[in-house]
Design a binder for this molecule. Sequence first.
Ligand SMILES: NC(=O)c1ccc[n+]([C@@H]2O[C@H](COP(=O)([O-])OP(=O)(O)OC[C@H]3O[C@@H](n4cnc5c(N)ncnc54)[C@H](OP(=O)(O)O)[C@@H]3O)[C@@H](O)[C@H]2O)c1
Ligand SMILES: *[C@@H]1O[C@H](CO)[C@@H](O)[C@H](O)[C@H]1NC(C)=O
Ligand SMILES: *[C@@H]1O[C@H](CO)[C@@H](O)[C@H](O)[C@H]1NC(C)=O
Ligand SMILES: *[C@@H]1O[C@H](CO)[C@@H](O)[C@H](O)[C@H]1NC(C)=O
Length: 315
Amino acid sequence: MLSTCFIHLKTQPWWIITLSLLGFLSLFKNSIFLLKWIFITFFRKPKNLKKYGTWALITGSTDGIGKAFSFQLAKKGLNLILVSRNLSKLKNVTREIEAKYPNTRIKIFEIDFSGPNISAGILEMKEAIKGLDVGVLINNVGVTYPSAMFFHEVDEEIWMNLVRVNVEGTSLITRGIIEGMVARRKGAIVNIGSGASIVTPSHPLYAVYAATKGYIDQLSRCLYVEYKHYGIDVQCQVPLYVSTKMASKVASVEKPSVFIPSAEKYVESAVGSIGYEARCTPYWGHSIQWWLASILPDAVLDAWRLSIGINRRRG
Ligand SMILES: NC(=O)c1ccc[n+]([C@@H]2O[C@H](COP(=O)([O-])OP(=O)(O)OC[C@H]3O[C@@H](n4cnc5c(N)ncnc54)[C@H](OP(=O)(O)O)[C@@H]3O)[C@@H](O)[C@H]2O)c1
Ligand SMILES: *[C@@H]1O[C@H](CO)[C@@H](O)[C@H](O)[C@H]1NC(C)=O
Ligand SMILES: *[C@@H]1O[C@H](CO)[C@@H](O)[C@H](O)[C@H]1NC(C)=O
Ligand SMILES: *[C@@H]1O[C@H](CO)[C@@H](O)[C@H](O)[C@H]1NC(C)=O
């Protein structure tokens, strides 16, 4: 069978042979890609997070994705350091987690990352947690515009706050925590990026938000390389829409669906990816959307995002 096939092929002109070979190679490459994705998404074993240390620090831990991370890391047996802006919300989340996981130790810190002196708050926290082996850091805090806007319409205060929270906050917390990890020669850092800067070529009418997430992506990629040999696994996780307060504000997402998971569902996948590749889209429904975006021309995606932005600005 195979040999007759070869004989048949030999009688063909060179260009048919070349095209068949290219077709075969492309099929092979795509099959490998698909098999790898299936393995990573559905079969790969999550890392044992306790190996990194006994404490996890989560920023923006009182709502959405950060709150879900807090619950699921408690479930994994880690003690928690929760950081957010609102003390009463922090106390409530602590109560809820303690009710569900009574053995979890929890420390809370009220830090406003858009405030005038973030460094001072972080310094104070660093003193208070001195000696704790923080093995996992989830840099989750992030804010966006109140609604879609052209760049010239964005108040300076809005975008300054956004840069403070998304860029300075993340960098300063990482700087504060990574030293201990370097000393212990182990740790896992997860930075929450966004499809806005990675999956679509542009995110018009949310330019500053997308740009801050571009910073997060590249910072993570460099730190991944810088700290690998210190035993520290840095990763940028890239969610697309997740049904949270932020998504209901910017995309009128009101309830979860297959492609827009609840924060709990999203974080189940996210926790399983900690410590692996430099950048990942942990939730399977998001990776399918990313793949679809990757086969469309940039100009089509640009036009689509622009029309969405303009609609939301009017609406
Ligand atoms: N939801 C999505 O569709 C989506 C998509 C891609 C990426 N992301 C990213 O995922 C991350 C989490 O988003 P989310 O949807 O879970 O957001 P969310 O529901 O709006 O929750 C944000 C959290 O951050 C805290 N926070 C906000 N401003 C703060 C400040 N100035 N200082 C300290 N804490 C502050 C909030 O706590 P307080 O209320 O106590 O201030 C809250 O716990 C963000 O980085 C976001 O960019 C989300
Ligand atoms: C904290 O959050 C609650 C509930 O969202 C809100 O009522 C309260 O005003 C917030 N407190 C501060 C200091 O922002
Ligand atoms: C805290 O929880 C109580 C009840 O569990 C609720 O009534 C209150 O609004 C919550 N406060 C905040 C700030 O979320
Ligand atoms: C910020 O806080 C630190 C520590 O309390 C202090 O040394 C510094 O002067 C403060 N900076 C500003 C601009 O307030």
